[in-house]
Design a binder for this molecule. Structure first.
Ligand SMILES: [Ca+2]
Length: 397
């Protein structure tokens, strides 16, 4: 999907002239209605299929990106993580981590814990993160009774995991089968391992865990990545089922896609430096809509983070899959473009944010059963499909 200054202005100029031509009836007699002509240095708005606008000036945010060819041969890929800034590894939900080759094919197996987890429903090996030096890996999976486990492994210089080095850092009992969250990341300063948990499941947060300060469900939990027995520290509350998170290294902002209940999906952005003490609202709110009134007081004790984007369950959309900001020299981008998808509709979209303001929303294509869009070590985003393939986001030039 192209969104560039030149094509937008050109399109408008053609429309302006043809309208004038229709009115005048002859090429020799073309007069251009000044009210239709839009000077090139004036901001104009172009409505796109998602009913949002893209401002069109020489400094306009723009994105020249599309979807490449799918690459098959994967088994339920759900996470994609950069190792040592030089390699990219992919998590397969049944319990395997493999290297991503440059062409998108699956490379060597680096970890296999398929005997410790089971991929069913929303369970399995769900997340992976590395220490900055790549010497340690942190994984998040559901064990054979469905509890959430965060464990650490030593990583050898060839990228393979030392399975005997496994150390369990955190275990959280899950009251229901769904909403296990499962993402984790190490902050760019290397000082924090953040674990993202869901509200424990069922529907509507029946036991009110998400804003309960005594529960580890529905939270962002900070662990000391260097500790053998880290004390969990709650940094944020109010998440329902955060599904794929990422940090934009250019801005140090954390992007969280949080799956909604029956009405709205949402995307949240927060500076990592401002994360501690925040609430993402659930289950006092679903998106910006009040949900459980009895939770409003709990939510008000925190700094509220409202979604930068919410979209309704319509036209097949029903479950957001985050999401990464495009930072790749091959893909022409002006501005901060966050690429994400919806698992139900498969639609892959890019959202432009300028500070706190939306500056565009475009559709790149469709990937069935898309469970995430994440950047490799070159900054290229890949769309992961639970159906067993990956799709690169490529230049549309
Ligand atoms: Ca929220």
């Amino acid at each position: 999907m192209k969104r560039s200054t030149s094509s937008n202005v050109l399109g408008l100029a053609v429309i302006a002239i043809s309208l004038a031509a229709c009115g005048s009836g002859g090429a020799d007699d073309v007069t251009v209605d000044p009210s239709v002509v839009i000077p090139i240095d004036t901001a104009v708005s172009v409505t796109n299929p998602d009913e949002t606008t893209v401002a069109s000036t020489p400094t306009t945010p723009s994105l020249l990106a599309t979807l490449g060819a799918p690459v098959e041969g994967w088994n339920q890929p759900v996470d994609l993580v950069v190792w040592r800034s030089s390699e990219t590894h992919v998590v397969e939900r049944p319990g395997v981590v493999r290297r991503l080759n440059d062409d998108g094919t699956s490379g060597a197996i680096l970890l296999d814990i398929s005997d410790a987890t089971k991929a069913e429903g929303e369970r399995g090996l769900l997340g992976l993160a590395y220490s900055l030096d790549g010497a340690h890996a942190f994984v998040n999976y559901t064990d054979l009774v469905g509890s959430t486990i965060v464990a650490r492994f030593d990583v050898r210089s060839d990228g393979t995991f030392d399975v005997d080095s496994r150390r369990q850092l955190l275990a959280i009992a899950q009251p229901y089968r769904n909403h296990n969250g499962g993402d984790l990341l190490v902050t760019p300063d290397g000082a924090n391992l953040l674990v993202f948990t869901g509200d424990g499941g069922a529907r509507g947060d029946p036991d009110r865990y998400a804003l309960d300060p005594t529960s580890l469900l529905g939270k962002i939990i900070r662990l000391d990545p260097t500790a053998d027995a880290p004390e969990p520290e709650i940094w944020s509350v109010g998440l329902r089922n955060p599904w794929r998170v990422s940090v934009d290294p250019a801005t140090n902002r954390l992007w969280i896609a949080d799956v909604g209940q029956n009405a709205v999906e949402e995307i949240n952005v927060v500076d990592l430096a401002d994360l501690k003490g925040t609430s993402f609202g659930w289950s006092a709110y679903e998106g910006k809509r009040p949900y459980n009134d009895d939770q409003l007081e709990r939510h008000s004790a925190y700094r509220s983070i409202e979604p930068v984007l919410e979209y309704e369950h319509e036209d097949g959309d029903c479950s957001v899959s985050g999401g990464t900001v495009v930072r790749n020299d091959d893909i022409a981008a002006v501005g901060d473009w966050y690429v994400f998808s919806d698992f139900c509709s498969g639609v892959v979209r890019a959202l432009c944010m300028d500070g706190g303001n939306e500056c565009g929303l475009v559709t790149l294509g469709k990937v069935p059963s898309s469970v995430g869009v994440l950047s490799d070590h070159t900054g290229r985003p890949w769309v992961l499909s639970l159906d067993g393939f990956v799709v690169p986001v490529i230049s549309d030039r």
